[in-house]
Design a binder for this molecule. Sequence first.
Ligand code: 1GP
Length: 254
Amino acid sequence: MKIFNYIQEVYRQKGAAYFLLIDPDKTSGEKLRKLIDVSIKSEVDGFLIGGSLMFGGDLDLCLTDIKKITNKPVIIFPGSVSQVSKFADALLFLSLISGRNAHQLIGEHVLAAPIIKKYGIEPISTGYILVESGGKTTAEYISNSMPIPRNKPEIAASTALAAKYLGMQMVYLEAGSGAINSVPNEMVKIVSSYSEIPLIVGGGIKTPEDAYNKVVSGAKMIVTGNYFEKEENFDLIKEFAKAIHTNQNRTIIT
Ligand code: 1GP
């Protein structure tokens, strides 16, 4: 089954999919193994690997370590072409559609496309929309782009609709990793109902209630990263999964 079809199956059956974002800079070795183990037991649906900036982490090692433990999908969440790896199942082929920087809209993609083809990994065409979140995030700084203001859901909705008309498979509404405020629920609601494209929502989600609110507002996939970089929070992964899987309790067969 293609990974995009798997994601669709998950949200059709469970209400929404829950993916954990792992930054190889922050989580590796024994801590990574423990995180994956707890995630599997907690019914996490898959993993995103990568980020806006890789400092010293080993992406290939992170991917192969995860693949040794689980057959849940492992998807690259690339900050740049340097984060394309043959060890992943798929890659979010992200175009920064909230920005007007040609390199982030199409430049990196031209460089990455032949590598993705050579490796045979599945690209999932995704419109990436940065939303203002109360402070400058790494994603905003590195992409050198202006996020959509929090109180302008109509701009986000029009951008998501444009992504749909361009043939993109998903839209990622992103507050940025470690954001002070997650994407407003009202914005999720308006964007999902207006554009009718499956929405990934992430950035700054720190409670199961916030994750749940995004799902009832229309998100089809929730991503958390930062919060589970601390081992003392690992026990709460199952609470997030329960909150996100609003149609529970059915198991998805890959
Ligand atoms: C970042 O949306 C993801 O790109 C996850 O954000 O690390 O804030 O959970 P957090």
